[in-house]
Design a protein around this ligand. Structure first.
Ligand code: 6PG
Length: 239
C-alpha cells in the first residue's frame, strides 16, 4: 500500500490538516479541469472537517466549481439522523449555501435500493461522461474491523468489478446501504482516510503492518488507487 500517514494531536488538528490538503486538491483540480469532483465520507469523524470547511474555507475553495457526491449512504430518508447526507447538509452544504445543482446525494427514496444504485450510477455516468468516474478526491472513514464506505469484510460487494454503486446489507445500523465499489474508489486521483479515536488504533496498526498478500480481509486496505492516499490519524488512533 502506498499510503502516506499524517498524524495529528487530536481530531481538531486532524480535521484542520485535512481541510488544508482538501483545499489544495480543489485548487489543483479546478486549475487543471475546471471543476473539483469530491466524494464525501459518512459516519461521524468527518463532521468537524465539514464544519471547518464551511466556516473557514468559504473563500478559499471554488465551491461554485465543486461537485459533491457521497462514497456511501445509509438507506434511510434524508431526514433521518442516521443519514450521511443529512449530516453533511447541516455541517457543510447549508452553511455554505452550495447550489443544489452541485450536490449529488445518493437517492434513498426508491422502494428498491437496487433502483437507487442504478439511478446513482446514471448520475455518475452523466457527470463523468461515461467512463469510470474519476473523483479528484474521495473522503473515507474506517471501521474498527476494517470496513470503509459501506464495504464490509467478507462482503460479495468487495469482488465487484463492473458496477460502480451497489446496494448492500451490512452488520451495522442501519443495515441497508448504498456504496461506491472498489473500482470507483481505486480510480480516484486522491483518497483521504479520516481516522480518529482509540477504538481505531487496533485496526490502523493491523492494516499498516499488512504485507501485500494479507490485505484481502480488510476492505480499507484494498483502497489502492494510482493516486495519493493520505491516512489522517490522531494520536489516539495511532495507538
Ligand atoms: C458510514 C461510513 C462508514 C464510516 C466508518 C467510520 O456510512 O458509516 O461511510 O464507512 O466512515 O464506519 O465511522 P465513524 O467516523 O463514525 O467512526
Amino acid at each position: 500500500m502506498n499510503w502516506l500517514t499524517s498524524v495529528w494531536e487530536d481530531r481538531e488538528a486532524l480535521s484542520r490538516a485535512a481541510a488544508a490538503e482538501l483545499a489544495d486538491a480543489a485548487a489543483k483540480a479546478i486549475e487543471a479541469r475546471g471543476r473539483f469532483d469530491l466524494a464525501l465520507a459518512g459516519g461521524s469523524t468527518p463532521r468537524r472537517l465539514y464544519e471547518i470547511l464551511a466556516s473557514e474555507y468559504y473563500r478559499r475553495i471554488g465551491w461554485a466549481r465543486t461537485h459533491l457526491f457521497w462514497s456511501d449512504e445509509r438507506y434511510v430518508p434524508e431526514s433521518d439522523p442516521l443519514s450521511n447526507s443529512r449530516m453533511a447538509r447541516k455541517a457543510l452544504l447549508d452553511p455554505l449555501g452550495i447550489t443544489p445543482e452541485n450536490v449529488h446525494a445518493m437517492p434513498t427514496f426508491f422502494p428498491d435500493p437496487e433502483q437507487a444504485a442504478l439511478a446513482y450510477e446514471q448520475t455518475l455516468r452523466t457527470h463523468f461522461g461515461g467512463g469510470i468516474p474519476r473523483f479528484d478526491l474521495i473522503l473515507l472513514g474506517m471501521g474498527p474491523e476494517g470496513h470503509t464506505a459501506s464495504l464490509f469484510p467478507g462482503s460479495a460487494a468487495l469482488e465487484e468489478k463492473m458496477r460502480w454503486v451497489l446496494p448492500v446489507r451490512v452488520a451495522a445500523e442501519p443495515p441497508l446501504r448504498l456504496t461506491l465499489t472498489l473500482p470507483v474508489l481505486n480510480a480516484a486521483r486522491e483518497v483521504f482516510f479520516l481516522v480518529s479515536g482509540p477504538d481505531k488504533a487496533a485496526i490502523v496498526r493491523k492494516i499498516l503492518s499488512l504485507s501485500p498478500d494479507e490485505v484481502a480481509p480488510y476492505p480499507a486496505a484494498r483502497v489502492n488507487p494510482e493516486g495519493r492516499v493520505i491516512l489522517f490519524l490522531d494520536r489516539a488512533a495511532q495507538g
